[in-house]
Design a binder for this molecule. Structure first.
Ligand code: DGP
Length: 113
């Protein structure tokens, strides 16, 4: 999608600190990290958010989670990590391209918000 920030990052039109890429997804460090490790895992196919995922996207969504888990290992997050995906206004989703945040490297708050 031409106007989508993450589509532009995936296409290399906007620079990013890439940590992983395959044929289906792209992962890079968040510009505004909320934890020592804060990586965004983004499917290359544009889907607005997880609520927009349909049955045909389920394998892709599963792949995104698998990559997130592999990256947690690669980043040395042996003590645990958190995966977050925001969907819509109440979740304060700011980029309307489905993505999963991988957060780790510190003790997370028990409060999820
Ligand atoms: P969300 O609120 O779930 O839509 O998260 C979007 C995240 O994207 C937010 O944590 C900040 C990050 N972000 C926004 N613009 C850029 C950018 O240009 N580069 C990078 N690396 N991250 C960005």
């Amino acid at each position: 999608m031409d106007s989508c920030l993450f589509c532009k990052i995936i296409a290399g039109q906007i620079p990013s600190d890439k940590v992983y890429e395959d044929d289906r997804c792209y992962a890079f460090r968040d510009i505004n990290p909320q934890a020592p490790v804060h990586i965004l895992i983004v499917p290359k196919t544009h889907v607005a958010d997880v609520a927009e995922c349909t049955e045909k996207d389920s394998a892709l969504a599963g792949h995104v989670l698998k990559v997130a888990s592999e990256l947690a290992k690669r980043e040395g997050l042996t003590n645990g990590f958190r995966l977050v995906t925001n969907a819509g206004a109440d979740a304060c989703q700011s980029v309307k391209h489905f993505h999963v945040h991988l957060l780790g490297g510190r003790k997370m708050s028990e409060k999820m918000d």
